[in-house]
Design a protein around this ligand. Structure first.
Ligand SMILES: Cc1ncc(C[n+]2csc(CCOP(=O)(O)OP(=O)(O)O)c2C)c(N)n1
Ligand SMILES: [Mg+2]
Length: 330
């Protein structure tokens, strides 16, 4: 069934919200308001939103160190996520986890983590739990091109195929693992082709096209829900910022990219620009409405910023809570 006008505009709204959120926290990081660091996904919004739009309300996601977009695409509470990024007591882990440890169980977001490639196996494990409980849910696991070169990828995908779990593996190939270009790290840059080796379908899609991502993920989700097992989607995109907000603030922090590469993607392959043109072409939005939507999404960030900046710091005595299970809890 083709996506309705309302669904497409919602997808655009989510993409804009992610962009404003990440531009906003980049500025906060420059001002020293973000403890540690964080990894923004500016340029990758179509992968997050296209993928999450293909899920049902009860389906789970697992994400990575570059996760804000995935959480916002899934409808997590922007106030709570921003508070966590700023290390505030009102954040989802009370300000203990920061940008790389986000979750929102009310939206079936089971967590993100900073161990590259670890989420692949967790997503497979959640798929196994779903299968054993026969709940008809799906688990979608995000990971990067760099993670696809870890042993966990091989173990996770092979096991998921053997056990025929309802997991959809979504690789955001942003063409870099930190400063390592993917073409120097892979004998074959087509990550989706590896799916064949595990006995599952693999699709390579244009990760700057939110509708293409949606369609590929939707068919994998439908397949998993029909009991036909896991799939691998590779969405080819690009990160328009440096590896991390901290790295971007260091002199030479982006020197590993060829001259003009970022500018070319920003000019010609920015997923927001592409989708806005598409919506205009379909007659779903005009310039004025696009500007209005943009302002609304900026406002969402501004009010989350009000909430988060005015939230308290965690109390020192909470430092050891949630570290060990209370006695008697197994
Ligand atoms: C097991 C492990 N090895 C190395 C690192 C350091 N590290 C953090 S992010 C990153 C790059 C990951 O690249 P990719 O999977 O493509 O994700 P991207 O950062 O491009 O989103 C590396 C090497 C880590 N966090 N965990
Ligand atoms: Mg990468």
């Amino acid at each position: 069934m083709p996506l309705t006008k309302e669904a497409l505009l919602n997808m655009y709204r989510r993409m804009l919200t992610i962009r404003h959120f990440e531009e906003g926290i980049t500025e906060f990081s420059r001002q020293g308001l973000v403890p540690g660091t964080g990894h923004v996904s500016i340029g990758e919004e179509a992968v997050a939103v296209g993928s999450c739009s293909a899920l049902g309300d009860k389906d789970y996601i697992i994400s990575t160190h570059r996760a804000h977009g995935h959480l916002l695409a899934r409808g997590a509470d922007i106030n709570v996520i921003l508070a966590e990024v700023l290390g505030k007591a009102t954040g989802c882990t009370g300000g203990k986890g920061g940008s790389m440890h986000l979750s929102d169980f009310s939206r079936q977001i089971l967590g993100t983590n900073g161990i590259v490639g670890a989420g692949i196996n967790i997503a497979g494990g959640v798929g196994l739990a779903i299968k054993m409980r026969q709940t008809g849910q799906i688990c979608l696991g995000f990971f990067g091109d760099g993670a696809a070169n870890r042993g966990t990828f091989h173990e996770g995908l092979n096991m998921a195929a053997v056990l025929q779990v309802p997991t959809v593996f979504v690789c955001t190939n942003n063409q870099y693992g930190l400063s390592m270009p993917q073409c120097k790290a892979c004998g074959n840059i087509d990550i989706s082709a590896r799916a064949n080796g595990y006995g599952m379908p693999g699709y390579r899609v244009d990760g700057t096209d939110v509708i293409a991502v949606y369609e590929a993920v939707k068919s994998a989700v439908d397949r998993a829900r029909d009991g036909e097992g896991p799939s691998l989607i590779e969405a080819v995109s690009y990160r328009l910022r440096g590896h991390s907000m901290r790295m971007d603030q260091m002199p030479g922090g982006s020197d590993y990219r060829p001259n003009g590469e970022v500018e070319d993607w920003a000019e010609n392959k920015d997923p927001l620009k592409i989708f806005r043109s598409k919506l205009k072409e379909l007659g779903y939005i005009n310039e004025k409405e696009a500007e209005q939507l943009d302002a609304e999404c900026r406002q969402l960030f501004e009010s989350a910023a009000d909430f988060a900046l005015n939230s308290p710091e965690p109390e020192p005595e909470t430092a050891f809570t949630w570290i060990y299970a209370p006695e008697g809890v197994k």
